[in-house]
Write a protein that binds this ligand. Sequence first.
Ligand code: G3P
Length: 243
Amino acid sequence: MSKTLIYAHRGASNLAPENTMPAFQLACESGAEGIEIDVQLTKDRVPVIIHDENVRRTTNGTGLVQEYTCEQIKKLDAGSWYSTKFSDCSIVTLDEFLCWFKTLPMLLNLELKTNVIEYKGIERLVYDALQSHQMLDRTVISSFNFNSIKTINEIDPHVQTAFLTSKKRHNLVKFAKKLGTTSLHVRYRLLDKKLVKDCHKNKLSLRVYTINRPADMNRCFKLKCDAIFTDCPYEAVEYRTQI
Ligand code: G3P
């Protein structure tokens, strides 16, 4: 069993505004193996990278992502909320991100944010974008909405998918297997030795979010989780060398 991989959660989001190019660039320089991004759809059906359904928290705008055209949403300031030194940051489209990311030797976790707004057809749009950038073989597509996972599996059964959950559920591993996912992405409080063992026995990768405390990182490394998602990839890379 190989080492626990590190995915920078929304980029190196402890050092730069989440889901923006500076956060992605820092993640790439940190030594993390992967980056996690969140994808939603604009009014004109362009996949864009932003965590919340509403732009209020991470931009200078208000309202839902789906109320903006791509041209309008690109004009928002997506950095000043974090620090004025990032005031030139804009929301990144999935296409812009993939043009840059595909040249790097890194893994991608793309979360479809379909748990609050369904964004009908987002699965096909995202799949086509990944395919056209030849990124399918190093991407795992995850979602809290299991219908999105089912749709991706129907589009292409060879794509790596992950069911995301923060809730304790009886027979979680069995549920994920039945869904046809290749992995489970769980909140840290769900992690225990038995879950790791059950996942591996059932050939599921287990990745855990969001791990920012050194003690929690160490526990994930020792339990041999397949990967962690962290806002602090530099620290995680450093702590992993001490295991
Ligand atoms: O994909 C792991 C983690 O990002 C899931 O939670 O709320 O950050 O989308 P959230």
